[in-house]
Design a protein around this ligand. Structure first.
Ligand code: SAM
Ligand code: SF4
Ligand code: SF4
Length: 384
């Protein structure tokens, strides 16, 4: 094997080892079928056949689409709306989960607040028992991390909790995360970090999230400083998903660049880990890019609380798009059924396959410069 190939293989092995170690997931080595599926899946994700032989390895199951906040950037607050609110039952959760025996990443999220589910800990325990090797994750607004919840989380089987904050000042938080309280969230995070330390537990890993919005311009660096002070394990910095959902970015490329550059510097100074960071070159905003999307090949699969399999991504509601219901149709049938094969075929030809996808930011258009495409292109050519 050439030197380059060997070093690539070693890098991949080291990376896999780090992930297994961080997530306490070494027991996957006792399940060769899961590992074989993952290898096949990654191969197919590159090859993009119309019919997939492997199963997806990342699955999101919504526990509830109810929420106690009404965040300004959230699809459920504006633009798209879930039609009917509700919670998953433990029986339906089991029936859905049993159809994904090769899952390695399980997210218990959709468009709601998972900690509102009254049987949250029971559902996490079910998932852990069924998938002992899996990374089991939630995103939470963090307002409900009370003492009892914080005490239970380290023993719950949850691998990771990401608390969404999106602000550094109480005033901005109040404007963005409507109905929440920043001081309470900070206190809750201190409590959770403390509970984990007291029990000598390594899990759940604790992260905090920041979506770059119109309203929180200039607060990313202080947010990072607060995260370091709170003692969380990492931060996620995410770009705003906008466009035809009813949101419009009003920030300029310069504003984004400046804030991201300053954030990168501060992260380095504080030696704080950042798990997600918007791409450096901002090529994701290129309005001339050809349509493409990996969700049709199962980059992740998303199931709503009532069993509906949706597009897998940011267009989450069954009212917007449904491949079928996993409580009445087996996953294997949906996974290579007519609808998904149609979406795969058109995507291979860079054609937007349906109206929902036409409204998402994969297909759009311009992010900066007020939607003026020509202005954007001339800026891009000028290298700004
Ligand atoms: C939809 S929420 C659900 C979980 C939980 N309620 C929370 O707020 O973390 C999951 C994540 O999506 C993010 N999000 C919501 N709307 C978004 C948007 N328009 N663009 C990017 N991220 C968004 C939230 O900030 C949050 O971090
Ligand atoms: S807390 Fe989460 S689900 Fe609820 S409105 Fe905010 S982003 Fe949406
Ligand atoms: S809505 Fe967008 S991200 Fe979702 S499947 Fe369609 S193109 Fe992909």
């Amino acid at each position: 094997m050439a030197g380059g190939g060997l070093s690539q293989m070693l890098t991949r092995l080291l990376d896999t080892y780090r992930k297994l170690e961080e997530n306490r997931a070494f027991s996957v080595l006792l399940h060769p079928g899961v590992l074989a599926n993952r290898r096949r899946f990654l191969r197919e994700l590159e090859q993009r056949p119309l019919v997939m032989r492997s199963q997806p390895t990342t699955v999101e199951i919504e526990l509830t689409n109810r929420c106690d906040l009404a965040c300004i950037q959230c699809l459920r607050s504006q633009g798209l709306r879930p039609y009917k609110l509700g919670d998953i039952t433990p029986e339906h959760f089991e029936r859905i989960l049993s159809q994904f025996p090769h899952t390695m990443n399980l997210s218990l999220n959709g468009f709601g607040e998972p900690l509102l589910h009254r049987e949250f800990f029971t559902l996490v325990a079910h998932a852990r028992a069924r998938l002992p090797w899996a990374k089991i994750v939630i995103y939470s607004n963090g307002n409900r991390l009370d003492e009892a919840t914080c005490e239970r989380l380290p023993e719950s089987g949850l691998t990771e909790i990401n608390v969404s904050i999106d602000a550094a000042s109480p005033a901005t938080y109040k404007k963005v995360r409507r109905g929440g309280n920043l001081t309470r969230v900070h206190d809750n995070l201190r409590r959770l970090v403390g509970a984990r330390r007291r029990t000598n537990a390594r899990l759940p890993l604790i992260g905090v999230n920041y979506v770059l919005l119109n309203e929180n311009e200039g607060e990313l660096v202080p947010f990072i400083e607060q995260a370091a002070e709170l003692g969380v394990d990492f931060v996620n910095c995410i770009s705003y998903a906008t466009y035809d959902w009813g949101f419009q970015n009003r920030r300029t490329r310069d504003s984004y660049r400046r804030e991201l550059d300053a954030a990168r510097t501060r992260l380095g100074e504080l030696r704080l880990r950042c798990r997600t960071f918007p791409s450096d070159d901002l090529s994701w905003t290129d309005p001339m890019a050809r349509f493409d999307c990996r969700f049709f090949w199962g980059e992740s699969v998303r199931v709503t609380y009532d069993g509906t399999m949706t597009l897998g991504c940011c267009t989450p509601f069954k009212e917007t798009y449904s491949y079928g219901n996993l409580l009445t149709t087996p996953f294997e049938e949906i996974w290579n059924g007519e609808a998904i094969r149609h979406n795969r075929l058109l995507t291979l030809h860079h054609e937007v396959p349906n109206a929902s996808c036409a409204s998402c930011d994969k297909t759009c258009k311009t992010f900066f410069d007020g939607g003026d495409e020509r202005k954007y292109i001339s800026l891009a050519v000028a290298g700004n």
